[in-house]
Design a protein around this ligand. Structure first.
Ligand code: DAT
Ligand code: MG
Length: 178
């Protein structure tokens, strides 16, 4: 049971529609730990790096315009199994197919306005949150110690910088995990 980090982002539509508190609430109530949080105007270069796997898709230019169209709320949530669990809380990419009870299922209607992002793997969780910068401090550059891959080539801290993440122990910790 490995502690993971996931990058969760309220997209510009979620901020404009006043859904920031609602979305943060869902992760808080579930019991995950918040270790990074900021309001941020994303620039084009960062949006392109974040979505570089989708570069060849027809919707890529409008996706970049959308993500840079207003402030986003950047978050790091931490916990055992948080990456997959957060994807379940968020729901399917297309909000019309997302189950009721999920963020997209309850709060959105269109894929191009699906209010929230969540990392799709623990490796992308590290890359998107900048978590590996903390690992660098603690363990040197040997990320393989934690991830088992040892492949640093694809890593770049995207949304958070050194010093922006907080390590802390919530008072409720013993009431969440035995
Ligand atoms: P997810 O955000 O569920 O991880 P993804 O990584 O496949 O989905 O795509 C990233 C974002 O790109 C997605 O949240 C919205 C946009 N997108 C994906 N597929 C799309 C499509 N077919 N048409 C328009 N936008 C799309
Ligand atoms: Mg994705």
């Amino acid at each position: 049971e490995q502690v993971e980090q996931t990058y969760i982002m309220v997209k510009p539509d979620g901020v404009q529609r006043g859904l920031v508190g609602e979305i943060i609430s869902r992760f808080e109530r579930k019991g995950f730990k918040l270790t990074g949080l900021k309001l941020f105007q994303c620039h084009k270069e960062l949006a392109e790096e974040h979505y570089k796997d989708l570069k060849t898709k027809s919707f890529y230019p409008t996706l970049i315009d959308y993500i840079t169209s207003g402030p986003v709320v950047c978050m790091v949530w931490e916990g055992v199994g948080v990456v997959a669990s957060a994807r379940k809380l968020i729901g399917s990419t297309n909000p019309l197919q997302a189950e009721p009870g999920t963020i997209r299922g309850d709060l959105a209607v269109q894929t191009g306005r699906n209010v929230v992002h969540g990392s799709d793997s623990p490796e992308n969780g590290k890359r998107e949150t900048g978590r590996f910068l903390l690992l660098k401090e603690k363990k040197g550059w040997d990320l393989s110690v934690e991830s088992g891959t040892g492949d640093l080539s694809s890593l770049a801290a995207l949304w958070f910088k050194e010093g922006e993440l907080c390590e802390w122990t919530p008072a409720q910790a013993p009431w969440l995990m035995e």
